[in-house]
Design a protein around this ligand. Structure first.
Ligand code: AP5
Length: 218
């Protein structure tokens, strides 16, 4: 199954994509994680480009992102399905994805739209922490680690993303509304958009998500 997760920053897409990967074996393709790994390598040209845009809350240019996705979807783990988490984020990226999948004889089966209120988003982003080793996601209030400041899974240090500072968060949300929100109508008009209430707790959202995906595969 080829699924796209769409929705505002901090709505919980990454959290749910990681659960789906762990529990159902559907690979998570997170463009944010790919870019952050590149940014952690001081010698990576992609990391240098990404840093310029991400730390200001801007989108990385379409041509760079499309090249990343083309390469990632050629990897063998994605041949039996994937969850795209963070791509596409513009109409140009969505069109490029359509072409890419069509050329491979595939299609997008479902687009899950995570709906959450602006105040929820700001609260989730301001308390978010990630682990250095693998990007496992925590929240100081909603999903705290067992040992403060350490990842439960690999023990690595937890850190706050540079772009989760309040000023950058506000800018990211305005970029989302202008450049990414039009994708809701783009996919709704094709009849493949499913909306999920992302306000609920993590397990409740996961239950709703798996019900939606099960209904789509019936
Ligand atoms: P990316 O990493 O994709 O950031 P994003 O879309 O802004 O999404 P987030 O990671 O902020 O949020 P999320 O919805 O995954 O929420 P999460 O699960 O972490 O991209 C980063 C940057 O890279 C972009 O700004 C852009 O510059 C660039 N980029 C990436 N892809 C690009 C593209 N295609 N084109 C151009 N540029 C691109 O959850 C948030 C917090 O809430 C966590 O702390 C979590 O523990 C908590 N939480 C989650 N669910 C719940 C719940 N149900 N209840 C309570 N707390 C919850």
């Amino acid at each position: 199954m080829n699924v796209i997760f769409l929705g505002p920053n901090g709505a919980g897409k990454g959290t749910q994509a990681k659960l789906l990967q762990e529990r159902e074996g559907l690979p998570q393709v997170s463009t944010g994680d790919i870019l952050r790994r590149a940014m952690a390598d001081p010698d990576s040209p992609l990391g240098t480009t990404a840093r310029r845009f991400i730390n200001r809350g801007e989108l990385v240019p379409d041509d760079v992102m499309i090249e990343i996705i083309e390469a990632r979807l050629r990897e063998p783990d994605t041949t039996r399905g994937f969850v795209l988490d963070g791509f596409p984020r513009t109409i140009a990226q969505a069109r490029a994805l359509d072409d890419l999948l069509q050329a491979a004889g595939h299609a997008v089966d479902a687009v899950v739209y995570f709906e959450a209120r602006p105040d929820t988003i700001v609260r989730r982003l301001s308390g978010r922490r990630l682990c250095r080793a693998a990007g496992h996601i925590y929240h100081v209030e909603f999903q705290p680690p067992v040992v403060e400041g350490r990842c439960d899974i690999d023990g690595s240090e937890l850190y706050q993303r540079e772009d989760d500072r309040e000023e950058t968060v506000r800018h990211r949300l305005s970029v989302y509304r202008r450049r990414t929100e039009p994708l809701v109508d783009y996919y709704r008009s094709r009849g493949i958009l499913e909306t999920i209430d992302a306000e609920a707790d993590v397990e409740e959202v996961y239950r709703a998500l798996t019900e939606i995906l099960a209904a789509r595969t019936r």
